[in-house]
Ligand binder design. Sequence first.
Ligand SMILES: Cc1cc2nc3c(=O)[nH]c(=O)nc-3n(C[C@H](O)[C@H](O)[C@H](O)COP(=O)(O)OP(=O)(O)OC[C@H]3O[C@@H](n4cnc5c(N)ncnc54)[C@H](O)[C@@H]3O)c2cc1C
Length: 415
Amino acid sequence: MYDVIIIGAGASGMMAAATAASKGARVALLEHKDDIGKKILATGNGRCNFTNTDMSVNRFHGSKALIKNGLSQFDYADTIRFFKKLGIPAYDNAGYIYPNSRQAASVVAAFRMELMRLHVDVKTGIKITEIKAARITAKDTKTTANPSCYCIQTDKGSYESKKLIIACGLTASPKLGSDGSLFRMIEALGHHIQKPMPALCGFSCEGLNFKKITGVRCDATVASLIDGQMTEQNTGELQLADYGISGIPVFQISSLISRALNKGQRVEVIIDFLPAFSDDSLYRYIKDRSTAITDNRSLNEMLNGLLNNKLLLELIHKSGVSPDKKGRLLTDDDCESLTRSIKHTAVSVRKPRGVEFAQVCAGGIYTKEIDVHTLESKIHPGLYFCGELLDVDGICGGYNLQWAWTSGYIAGEMQ
Ligand SMILES: Cc1cc2nc3c(=O)[nH]c(=O)nc-3n(C[C@H](O)[C@H](O)[C@H](O)COP(=O)(O)OP(=O)(O)OC[C@H]3O[C@@H](n4cnc5c(N)ncnc54)[C@H](O)[C@@H]3O)c2cc1C
């Protein structure tokens, strides 16, 4: 009998295992992939942006109660201290924290050594077939000395524990292990899982000829409009693809968009392709160019160099002004339409790209089913959840891993 079994050797599961074992618990960590920490290796383009010094609650979506309670127990400074102890000094790039090696592999290696040092039984390549919880309710725990007991049946035999921590993630990037294969067993325990929604992802859109501008990258501001209401905006390198929009600024506003689409709300994204110009200064620029032109060059030629040429042509088309019109003949209305097209193009958002392309999923176990301070199930004493499986997702910048460390620490501490 183990004190604690943890299912899922991702970021939160390994943190839970290290925390529980460091308090003296006998711990087993069960992972169905052939190795631990597969997703961590892919984080931050292989560099692992593992936390951020700006931990404002508004960097997260989902349950604010979980986030606030969680960060009050284990925040970015605890994370930096934890990794420093494991031999990983932090590299701080304007608040974005990486291992000094800039290698995600260092983080996985450090966990591997720590779990070994703490005698955690790590079992990889194991297929879980059933989770049985002893039939004891939360009420009975007041009178029972050793209330909980879990039996995990697998293709390699069964394992028993007093506590169970489930850290299997949601379904983002399923090839890295988080494939939803445990959901059926979690639901069999009486819990409910809000449908995972891709977040930190691109979106299929309509409103521009995306096939013509695929591959273009440019600095832009994107703002989401949900049922006509402006919700969030972000500026950064926008990536245009044949299906629609992607890139960091889109990721930063993606959680609310995915949640809105899931509710059937109407979503548009307004794109400002020249955030460095105000509306007035862009209007003036176009007007002055037009006035200065004395030859017969076309509008398209006149604005050459302002934006990527494929994109410029598409935005001129969208403005309704002919790209072949002579630059010197532009009217005030033309200048106005061009300004509007370059700085206020609206695309309607159809759907998120699939979970296979998402870095994170929103959704997860309903927060009302767990204690927000301890992450313990309100249905089964001794059962805990952590990581992305809970209804918390963060923007890019180390927030999702911070949530994994925070929630893994809390679940592991409760042994
Ligand atoms: C490409 C990419 C880049 C990212 N970059 C960053 C970044 O730089 N910074 C950041 O903060 N976040 C980043 N993230 C997000 C971050 O990696 C995740 O939010 C975090 O890893 C979630 O941790 P977790 O423990 O909840 O789940 P996961 O890391 O997904 O771990 C779940 C584990 O459970 C295992 N599992 C699942 N089902 C079963 C089962 N049935 N039986 C046994 N084991 C099971 C899985 O194999 C996996 O090992 C990135 C994500 C991706 C995909």
